[in-house]
Design a binder for this molecule. Structure first.
Ligand code: ADP
Length: 395
C-alpha cells in the first residue's frame, strides 16, 4: 500500500505526517521538529492515536540539517519505505492555482520568490532540496498557501500604488489557503449549503491569524495581503499599519528597514502590546490584573470583529462563520467577544455550546450558522498528493 509524507515547514519548526493512501487517508504517524536554530531543538513523534512515541533532542542549526535528521529518523519508521510522494506546504506560489510537482523550473521560480516571504520560503526550499538530494526520483508536490485566493476579484488583489509595481507582482495574495481549503471541504462534508451556494467567513485564528470571505466556494477577499504580516493583529506580527509609520520611525528612531521587518514580524502584535507574551492563553490568564494583557486581547477581538463586518459587507450578507486554529478552536471567551454586538448581522451565539467548543455554536434563532472546525493543513496536503497520484477522489 502506498503512503504519503507531508512536510509543513514554519520559520523555526517542521511538522510532518505519514498517511496510508486510501479512502479515507489514514494518518499512521505525525510529529514535529521545533526550535530549529535555537537551543533545545527537539523531535517529537506521535502514533496514529495521538500517543507520543518519542521526544528527543537533536542538533539542527537550520532547516537543511533538520531535514537530514528527519530523513534519517523517518527511514527507520514503519511505512516510510512505501512513501510514493512527499507533499510540502509552500507559503507563496504567486499565480499558481493548483499544487504542482517540483521540477527544476519550479524550484528556480520559488528561489526568485524568496524576498516575498524571507521567513518561510527559503526554509521550505531547503526542505524540498534535502529530500530531492536524498531521493532524486521521489515525486514532491508543492501545495501553495496562496492558491485558494487566486479566485479573488481584481479589486481585492489591487494595491493602490503606482501601477508599475502591479506588473511586477506587487499585489494582494492572501495566505492560510491550505487551512481554508480544508475548512471549505469540511463545511461541504457537514452538509452546510453555504459551502457551495452561500456567503462564508472563515476565521483562522492561530499564532498567524487571518480571515477569508468566501462566496459560493470561492475566496473573494482575505485579510492578509502581499505578505503574511498584513491584516489582523497576530501573536507577534503587527497586521495592518499606517504606511507613514516606517518613514516616521526611520526619521525619528533611525530604525532601518531590516529592524522594521524584525519588529513588525517578531516583536509586535499580542507580544508587542502586552510586553509579556504572544500566547493568548497567557494573556487571558493575566488580563484581570495586567492592563497591557487586557489591551492586547481587546485589540485582537476588536480587529477580528471589524474584519467580519467588512467581509459581511463585501459578501453582501453572511450565512456561515467558521472559527478555526488554536484560538478559534479552543477559546470560547475570544469567540464570544468577537461575536458580541454582531447581532445586527443575524449572529447569535449559544453560550453553552460555545463554552464546550461544540461544532455548532449559534442559536437556532440566529440567521448565521457559527461553527468551530478543527483545521488540518497536513491532511489537506496529503489529499492533494493523493489526488495528484490519482489515488484519492477529487473534492
Ligand atoms: P500556529 O499558527 O503556530 O499553528 P496555533 O494554531 O497552534 O498556532 O495557535 C496558537 C494560539 O492558540 C496561541 O495563542 C494559543 O494560546 C492559542 N490557544 C491554544 N489553545 C488555547 C486555549 N485552550 N485557549 C486559548 N487559546 C488557546
Amino acid at each position: 500500500m502506498q503512503s504519503v509524507l507531508t512536510i509543513n515547514g514554519g520559520s523555526s519548526s517542521v511538522k510532518f505526517a505519514l498517511y496510508l493512501v486510501g479512502e479515507p487517508l489514514q494518518r499512521t504517524l505525525y510529529g514535529k521538529i521545533d526550535r530549529i536554530g535555537l537551543s533545545g531543538t527537539n523531535l517529537t513523534s506521535n502514533d496514529s492515536t495521538g500517543n507520543q512515541r518519542e521526544s528527543r533532542s537533536i542538533a539542527a542549526s537550520d532547516h537543511h540539517s533538520a531535514a537530514k535528521v528527519l530523513i534519517d529518523w523517518l527511514v527507520k519508521q514503519d511505512g516510510f519505505a512505501s512513501v510514493a510522494a512527499v507533499g510540502h506546504r509552500v507559503v507563496h506560489g504567486m499565480k499558481h492555482l493548483q499544487p504542482e510537482f517540483v521540477t527544476q523550473d519550479l524550484l528556480d521560480e520559488l528561489r526568485h520568490l524568496r524576498p516575498y516571504d524571507p521567513d518561510h520560503l527559503p526554509r521550505e526550499i531547503e526542505l524540498i532540496e534535502a529530500f530531492r538530494q536524498r531521493y532524486p526520483k521521489l515525486p514532491q508536490l508543492a501545495c501553495f498557501d496562496t492558491a485558494f485566493h487566486q479566485s479573488m476579484p481584481r479589486v481585492a488583489k489591487l494595491l493602490p500604488l503606482p501601477r508599475r509595481f502591479d506588473a511586477k507582482g506587487v499585489q494582494r495574495y492572501g495566505f492560510h489557503g491550505l487551512s481554508y481549503a480544508y475548512l471549505m471541504e469540511e463545511l461541504a462534508r457537514l452538509g452546510d449549503p453555504a459551502a457551495t451556494t452561500g456567503s462564508v467567513i472563515l476565521a483562522h485564528l492561530g499564532n498567524g491569524a487571518s480571515l477569508a470571505a468566501v462566496r459560493e466556494g470561492r475566496s473573494i477577499d482575505t485579510s492578509m495581503g502581499f505578505t503574511p504580516t498584513a491584516g489582523l493583529v497576530m501573536s507577534t506580527r503587527s497586521g495592518d499599519l499606517d504606511p507613514g509609520l516606517a518613514p516616521y520611525l526611520a526619521r525619528t528612531e533611525q530604525i532601518t528597514s531590516k529592524q522594521f521587518y524584525e519588529m513588525v514580524n517578531h516583536e509586535s502584535g499580542l507580544l508587542g502590546v502586552s510586553e509579556t507574551s504572544s500566547d493568548m492563553r497567557d494573556l487571558l490568564a493575566r488580563e484581570a490584573d495586567d492592563v497591557r494583557a487586557a489591551e492586547a486581547v481587546e485589540l485582537f477581538c476588536y480587529q477580528a470583529k471589524k474584519w467580519i463586518g467588512a467581509f459581511a459587507a463585501a459578501l453582501g450578507g453572511l450565512d456561515t462563520l467558521v472559527f478555526s486554529a488554536g484560538i478559534g478552536e479552543n477559546c470560547p471567551a475570544i469567540r464570544a467577544r468577537i461575536c458580541d454586538g454582531l447581532g445586527f448581522l443575524g449572529l447569535r451565539l449559544d453560550k453553552a455550546q460555545n463554552a464546550r467548543n461544540a461544532p455548532l455554536i449559534s442559536k437556532d434563532t440566529g440567521r448565521v450558522a457559527v461553527r468551530v472546525i478543527r483545521t488540518d493543513e497536513e491532511l489537506m496536503i496529503a489529499r492533494s498528493v493523493g489526488r495528484a497520484l490519482g489515488a484519492a477522489p477529487a473534492a
